[in-house]
Design a protein around this ligand. Structure first.
Ligand code: SF4
Length: 436
């Protein structure tokens, strides 16, 4: 008997001028379309046909949460920058527009958390560009062909990967960069393929990175993680066609060989799990033996509501996903639009978990993935000199600092690690090297 494989629907993506036309067509609002045109000169935006038709409630746009996540808004740029881009566009001054846009991008902190200065391996005889080795046991790999996504999130902290500036892009030239590094670093137990979204790559390319991990010399790599938002933006990647079948087979083979395979699903809002396609994609991925985990930042306009997170985590548990991280929006890109005070992020986290069962409470949060490591905000406490944030490193470049409670002076408007100050002398060692 010959097995026939269902053919994969064609992915269509919309960006640039067509994004403006789409907004005009669906909303009839020409000033909204103009904002889309201006802001997308600076920050990258792209939507898949799937999100346009299945995830956005156009009757609610621009207030719809998925619209807010995926489409430009004028407040993403400071007013003076918005006006400068608008003027350069009006004057049809291509060189002036380019210079204006480059200047704004440089001010938007394209590589937060000292990624280039501290995480890219520098001291070896191969080029470590496109690898990040921040923590002892974990290696991040940015495959060159995976530095894009099926759609772009407006809050993406990797936005610099997607703009047409090769100097801002992290990408390994091929899998041998990764394998050479692993040979020299037997302490690495976890490899994370990231981007962008590695699942935009053809399966043959993904195999070139993952099959070598089955060789005896890479036995020390126990866990293979793949960071992806494909279930939300293009679930057909694993639903139909030879590419889907081959990918699922590859994941099964890694599991059968004794690797722990974890799909790190980026899920921002319950709407992403509400489609039949997304739920079927999750079942197919889980059937490979891979573990499904979820993570996303808490951001204004999209999910800054405890009820939204409670629903999101409940729906995840129902669909076999382990809630893993609620992140804080990083200090880059459009944070002026999406960012929240740490105190508010904490309220949202606590408000969300209090109505959940234990299985829904597995997400750690709110967590800042900052330059020294991952910092969890555990609460606000009253100490003898006033209120303080109770903090804890979940990860740190120095493992000795992991898991020890410490405090920062409570600040109701602080949004990021480098705005916090140690509460006492005892807390200073945790802040060593932080800018203040
Ligand atoms: S899916 Fe991830 S990498 Fe891609 S745009 Fe969204 S946040 Fe960025």
């Amino acid at each position: 008997m010959t097995l026939t494989v269902e053919s994969e629907p064609t992915l269509r993506t919309i960006s640039g001028r067509r994004l403006r036309d789409l907004v005009l067509d669906r909303t009839g609002d020409s000033s909204l379309a103009h904002e889309v045109d201006v802001v997308s000169q600076v920050l990258p935006f792209k939507v898949s046909s799937y999100v346009v038709e299945e995830l956005i409630d156009w009757g609610q746009a621009p207030e719809d949460a998925m619209y807010r996540l995926l489409f430009p808004h004028r407040d993403m740029l400071p007013p003076e920058d918005f006006a400068a881009v608008e003027q350069a566009m009006r004057e049809q001054d291509r060189a002036g527009l380019r210079a204006t846009v480059d200047g704004i991008r440089d001010r938007l902190n394209p590589h937060p958390g000292d990624q280039l200065a501290l995480n890219v391996p520098q001291s070896e005889d191969t080029d470590g560009w496109g690898l990040q080795h921040k923590y002892h046991e974990t290696l991040l790999v940015f495959p060159r062909q995976g530095q894009t996504c099926h759609s772009y999130c407006g809050y993406c902290f990797r936005w610099a990967q997607f703009v047409d500036r090769s100097d801002l892009r992290l990408a390994v030239s091929g899998p041998e960069v990764m394998t050479q590094h692993l040979l020299r670093h037997p302490e690495v137990t976890d490899v994370l393929l990231t981007g962008g979204d590695p699942l935009v790559m053809r399966t043959e390319l993904i195999e070139q990175y993952l099959r070598p991990l089955l060789r005896p010399e890479h036995e020390h790599v126990q866990t293979v993680r793949i960071g992806t938002k494909a279930v939300s933006f293009w679930p057909h990647r694993v639903l139909a066609g030879q590419q889907a079948e081959d990918l699922l087979t590859l994941l099964s083979q890694l599991v059968d060989a004794g690797k722990h395979v974890a799909l790190m699903l980026h899920l921002s809002h319950p709407a992403e799990l509400a489609t039949d396609a997304a739920r079927r994609a999750l079942r197919r991925l889980a059937d490979t033996g891979a573990v499904l985990r979820s993570q996303a930042p808490v951001v204004r306009h999209v999910n800054d509501d405890p009820d939204v997170w409670a629903r999101l985590w409940k729906d995840q548990v129902r669909n076999g996903i382990v809630p893993y991280y609620m992140f804080v929006e990083r200090d880059t890109g459009a944070r002026r639009y999406f960012g929240l005070p740490l105190a508010r992020a904490l309220e949202i986290y606590r408000g969300a978990v209090k109505g959940l069962s234990g299985l829904g409470r597995s997400a750690r949060g709110p967590v800042m993935s900052a330059s020294p490591g991952k910092v969890a905000i555990d609460g606000v406490v009253q100490l003898h000199q006033g209120p303080a944030f109770a903090l804890r490193f979940l990860q740190h470049r120095d493992p000795e600092l992991v898991g020890r409670p410490f405090h920062a002076v409570f600040d109701p408007v602080a949004q990021w690690w480098d705005e916090l100050r140690p509460y006492s002398e005892h807390d200073r060692e945790f802040f060593a090297g932080a800018a203040r």
